[in-house]
Design a binder for this molecule. Structure first.
Ligand SMILES: C[S@@+](CC[C@H](N)C(=O)[O-])C[C@H]1O[C@@H](n2cnc3c(N)ncnc32)[C@H](O)[C@@H]1O
Length: 283
């Protein structure tokens, strides 16, 4: 059953996410994956290759994907569905006048993926990607099925990235779900991870390939150093708690500091934050 949608603090979530991205190895792991894998997912067909990006954020990854596809196939139409206006503006600034993207036509839909589907646009795509976004959709399983059945061309490919089930955030959210105010609110699927996706793909008999993208991030718990603001954003990202409006339960900070999945040196902890990437090929 889809859960009830409530307001999400997109600006705060974005700030936490990009602080994490800046400090972790995740962006490099994702960039390496894109460089190694994306060209193998598309082939020239005499028409612009159609890409759909769900939850594009600031567009760094989406632009890299579009660039790789364009290098191989030439003309590209890239449709981006992203509800956060500021993120869309960042994406637009990133790609404007970029010579490597000269053959890519960008189309920005400033809306949620749910509203995009409700808009009834009957378009099919060669490549659909959902990078670190399925936590936020109303219903993960029906979202995957609907895009696969109704938006992916035969012979097309769908890419999903999520946190690996072994990473610290997954452990924190699962263990402390009853304590986390956001668990039943904004982070409706906050306990979803790579295993959630794999279970759905297996159950539905999809043909898929899975890869692990290794990543770590370090922060000081209860930080009183100069990097205090940064550490606060990182902790909020990892725990899924917005400490500007809710108190982070002590038990969560303790777990991050002392959790089995982290290495502690003084008040600095380095946590495992691997990702899982899935490629689902349309048959
Ligand atoms: C964790 S960020 C990932 C951004 C980007 N895909 C990346 O990997 O860098 C999740 C993004 O999904 C967007 N988002 C949140 N709810 C969404 C929804 N229901 N439909 C589409 N995008 C959504 C957020 O605004 C945010 O930009």
């Amino acid at each position: 059953m889809p859960k009830k949608r409530v307001a999400i603090n997109l600006a705060r979530d974005s700030a936490c996410y990009y602080e994490y991205i800046g400090k972790s190895k995740e962006d490099k792991a994702v960039a390496d994956w894109i460089d190694a894998r994306v060209k193998g997912l598309v082939k020239p067909n005499g028409q612009p290759i159609r890409i759909l990006g769900i939850g594009s954020g600031n567009g760094v990854k989406d632009a890299r994907i579009a660039e790789k596809v364009s290098q191989k196939c030439g003309q590209v139409y890239n449709c981006s569905v992203e509800p956060d206006k500021n993120s869309v503006e960042e994406f637009q600034k990133l790609v404007v006048n970029k010579i490597e993207l000269a053959q890519v036509q960008f189309d920005f839909k400033t809306q949620t993926e749910e509203d995009y589907r409700k808009s009834g646009e009957a378009a099919k795509f060669d490549l659909i990607h959902m990078l670190m976004v399925l936590y936020a959709v109303d219903d993960i399983e029906s979202t995957i099925i609907d895009y696969y059945n109704n938006y992916l061309k035969p012979g097309g490919a769908m890419v999903i990235m999520m946190e690996h089930e072994q990473n610290i955030r997954s452990k924190v959210v699962e263990r402390y779900a009853p304590l986390l105010p956001k668990y039943e609110n904004a982070y409706m699927n906050g306990n979803a991870n790579g295993k959630t996706i794999e279970d759905i793909l297996k159950k539905r008999g999809f043909n898929y390939r899975r890869t692990t993208l290794p990543s770590t991030v370090s922060l000081h718990v209860g930080c009183d150093h100069e990097c205090g603001k940064s550490c606060g954003l990182l902790l909020d990202f990892i725990t899924g708690v917005d400490s500007t409006s809710e108190k982070t339960p002590d038990v969560v900070t303790e777990f991050v500091a002392k959790g089995k999945a982290s290495i502690q040196k003084g008040d600095k902890v380095t946590v495992n934050y691997d990702l899982a990437a899935f490629v689902i090929e349309s048959q």
